[in-house]
Design a protein around this ligand. Structure first.
Ligand SMILES: CC(C)(COP(=O)(O)OP(=O)(O)OC[C@H]1O[C@@H](n2cnc3c(N)ncnc32)[C@H](O)[C@@H]1OP(=O)(O)O)[C@@H](O)C(=O)NCCC(=O)NCCS
Length: 174
């Protein structure tokens, strides 16, 4: 990233900027264009934060993430790491979507947005019990990206559910 992008909660005034966002997964661009705002504002199904930068003198959305609440069946957590926990569904934050504009990839923005999402999850965890950050990786590249930044996979098919134990994250203080 040339400079630190601004991250803001999605709002109606961002609407004219959303159509220029591009991603190799068309549905991720489409979600931002069509559904992110109604889900965020009207339906409260997810909360989206966007990264903004000025590209060629114009403000652009260069990335976003969407978060929602989730509950993870204990039986799906194959790792012995969770063996001592009670066998009821575990409270989680779902990183429902994370995408960086094709023109801004490979410059650290994906990590920056992930860390923003993680910080939000930790913040929520100060108010309600939340043990995991989970996401569903669409393909090998996404699995490798999430592995690289510290998540681990629960299976080997796609979408591949991946988790991060927030207890460990909080203990590390990040
Ligand atoms: C996945 C995605 C969000 C990554 O964003 P990005 O801005 O290109 O990633 P970054 O530049 O922040 O990379 C962060 C780190 O991950 C690494 N990384 C990125 N993609 C990787 C991959 N496919 N495999 C392994 N490591 C990867 C980078 O080398 C970098 O490592 P470093 O911080 O140790 O130097 C972006 O490529 C994207 O939008 N992909 C399509 C949508 C998608 O797959 N979303 C994921 C949810 S399904």
């Amino acid at each position: 990233m040339s400079s630190t992008p601004r991250i803001e909660g999605l709002a109606r005034r961002h609407k004219p900027l959303l159509s220029r966002f591009e991603n190799q997964h068309v549905e991720l661009a489409d979600y931002l264009r069509r559904w992110a705002l109604p889900h965020h504002e009207r339906d409260r199904l997810s909360r989206t934060r966007i990264a903004l930068d000025v590209v060629d003198g114009r403000e652009r959305v260069i990335g976003y993430h969407s978060l929602a609440a989730a509950s993870i069946e204990h039986g799906t957590l194959v790792s012995t790491h969770f063996a001592s926990l009670p066998k009821f569904p575990l409270p989680a934050i779902l990183l429902a979507r994370l995408a960086v504009d094709t023109g801004a990839q490979g410059q650290g923005l994906g990590r920056y947005l992930f860390e923003d999402a993680l910080a939000r999850a930790v913040e929520v965890g100060e108010i309600v019990g939340v043990r995991l950050l989970v996401t569903d990786a669409k393909d090998d590249a996404a699995v490798e990206f999430y592995r690289h930044i510290g998540m681990f996979a629960l299976g080997d098919g796609f979408p591949c559910r991946m988790v991060l134990d927030l207890r460990t994250t909080v203990a590390r203080g990040s």
